[in-house]
Ligand binder design. Structure first.
Ligand code: NAD
Length: 508
């Protein structure tokens, strides 16, 4: 049994180009390989970053302990009939963790991956609490995971697994618009969220707010326009705002703005694809893209959609016309560039490769891509790391907008679009009358245009990412002892969650 576990976990951590460790350690029902990645498990990494920041908050030990703890951990195993004739049963391991109930509902994605384990889900749920606090989304943190390799199953089999998982959550009261609201994460997307919503509604008939039980749904099932690209767009807005800080850019030897910056993206999934898209559209050059089978590079820039189509048709990112193949996917992380965007999984920048990182800015699109040891190395090299708990919060921000849409039962823009257009038309008409000149058609339609749902979502997201970045920068200015944006982000988050707990009256 022991050797079986060791073998299983060696494979698990050997995924992609991760370095397989040598030492075993049991924590939160998970065996960790500790050499090569980090001596901290993922959850311990979050705790480490929390403790480092806690010293700047002025809260006493009791409240800090409560903020840090995971309130509820639900580990489940359930059987699902498999195969075309449903003549085979497989038992799946899955989790839902609610890290904090200081605000409800809890909120966080569901990961579909063979790497899913309790420690990882606890870490991701904790990050969600801090993330929501930073961007002023009134939710507690949650996260879910199913230990499954989605590529190994047919859509029908995946549907059965997802629906059974959702049913388990309903049975234990771990899902609901006022309880806990899942969303997509690594390995899951709109389709899975649609199955979850449908399962919930079937088990809770008449729940008028039932569609708010999950976000990231297809539009036709109560989703909101802009959710699909929200995390990548948030990564872009946040990084762009940092790049607009002339003093910071000067320290890094960079010019202000996104225009002309060189970018490397790891992971061409939902977050990586959309990050690449918005950086390219914003005037940056995406010079390399890495997937787990390899990486490609072109100093003239890559078009993410063409790369995506190439990967779809050939089954690999490699041999993309005009680009150079990199033998090892992880080599891309060490390329000279202005901005490195890890958008795949955790623990990809470790003490082993951190000394070789040449990027000036690391934009953490993925959750937990940098280990504790690597963080210190990057910091000492003067590399600015924009932390995950701020930078990838675009997803949960737009999930919040989707949840509000579901509770209000009305599409954004429905009430005001026509009214705004009529008002704007009258203003333009008045200006034309007064000046005696007609406005050029293109300008006229731009000014008159009333907001569609997607316009309002983008605008709400942009405002959130910009104002939260300035909250982080102000926290750093007010506390000169803080040495990184990550610590500033944790300080900001702990203070907000702590105040909410104090308002509950439990703590002195
Ligand atoms: P996804 O499944 O859509 O895409 C992930 C991609 O990374 C896949 O294409 C996969 O093949 C690739 N990948 C895996 N290992 C790799 C490796 N070692 N090297 C290069 N590529 C590798 O997942 P996603 O939703 O884009 O999530 C990516 C990350 O962003 C995760 O850490 C997730 O928790 C985080 N995140 C996602 C969202 C969201 O809205 N989806 C929100 C916040 C944070």
């Amino acid at each position: 049994m022991q050797s079986y576990e060791l073998l299983a976990d060696s494979f698990l951590f050997g995924h992609g180009n991760f370095i397989v460790g040598l030492q075993r350690k049991r924590k939160n029902n998970t065996i960790f390989m500790t050499v090569g990645l980090s001596k901290y498990s993922f959850f311990e990494t979050v705790e480490y970053n929390f403790d480092k920041a806690a010293a700047f908050t002025g809260f006493d030990a009791g409240i800090l302990e409560q903020i840090k703890a995971c309130n509820s951990v639900y580990q489940m195993k359930f059987p699902v009939r498999m195969g075309q004739n449903l003549d085979r049963v497989e038992v799946f391991e899955a989790y839902r963790v609610q890290h904090s109930h200081h605000k409800t509902p809890c909120k966080g994605g569901i990961r579909f991956s063979m790497d899913v384990n309790q420690d990882e889900v606890m870490a991701l749920a904790s990050l969600m609490t801090y993330k929501c606090a930073i961007v002023n989304v009134p939710f507690g943190g949650g996260k879910g995971g199913i230990k499954v390799d989605p590529k190994k199953y047919t859509p029908l089999e995946l549907e059965r697994i997802t629906r059974r998982y959702a049913a388990e959550l309903v049975k234990k009261n771990f899902i609901g618009p006022g309880i806990d609201v899942p969303a997509p994460d690594y390995g899951s997307g709109e389709r899975e969220m649609g199955w979850i919503a449908d399962t919930y509604l079937a088990m809770k008939p008449g729940d008028v707010d039932g569609l708010g039980c999950v976000t990231g749904k297809p539009i036709a099932q109560g989703g909101v326009r802009g959710r699909r690209e929200a995390t990548g767009l948030g990564v872009f807005y946040g990084t762009r705002e940092l790049c607009n800080q002339a003093d910071l850019m000067q320290k890094l030897g960079l010019t202000s703005g996104i225009e002309g910056k060189t970018v490397v993206v790891q992971g061409l999934g939902n977050v990586g694809y959309h990050s690449a898209k918005f950086f390219r559209e914003g005037g940056a050059k995406v010079i390399a893209i890495a997937e787990y089978e390899g990486a490609i590079m072109n100093p003239e820039g890559l078009d993410e959609e063409a790369v995506f189509q190439h990967r779809k048709s050939t089954g690999s990112i490699l041999n993309f016309p005009g680009a150079t193949n990199l033998e090892k996917s992880s080599e891309a992380l060490e390329l000279a560039c202005d901005i490195l965007i890890p958008a795949a999984l955790e623990n990809v920048i470790t003490e082993t490769n951190a000394p070789n990182i040449k990027a000036k800015i690391i934009a953490e699109a993925a959750n937990g891509p940098v280990t504790v040891e690597a963080d210190e190395i990057l910091n000492s090299k003067g590399i600015v790391v924009i932390p995950d708990i701020y930078l990838n919060a675009g997803g949960v921000t737009v999930s919040y907008f989707e949840w509000l849409k579901n509770l209000s039962h009305v599409r954004y823009g429905r009430m005001e679009k026509r009214f705004t257009e009529n008002m704007n038309s009258q203003i333009v008409q008045q200006i034309e009358n007064m000046t005696g000149r007609s406005m050029e058609t293109g300008h006229r339609s731009m000014i008159v245009h009333g907001p569609d749902e997607v316009d309002l979502i983008y605008s709400g997201l942009e405002e959130t990412m910009i104002s939260s970045l300035h909250d982080l920068l102000n926290t750093m200015r007010e506390n000169p002892g803080i040495d990184s944006m990550r610590t500033a982000a944790f300080v900001l988050a702990i203070k907000k969650v702590g105040v909410a707990y104090k308002e509950l009256g439990i703590f002195p």
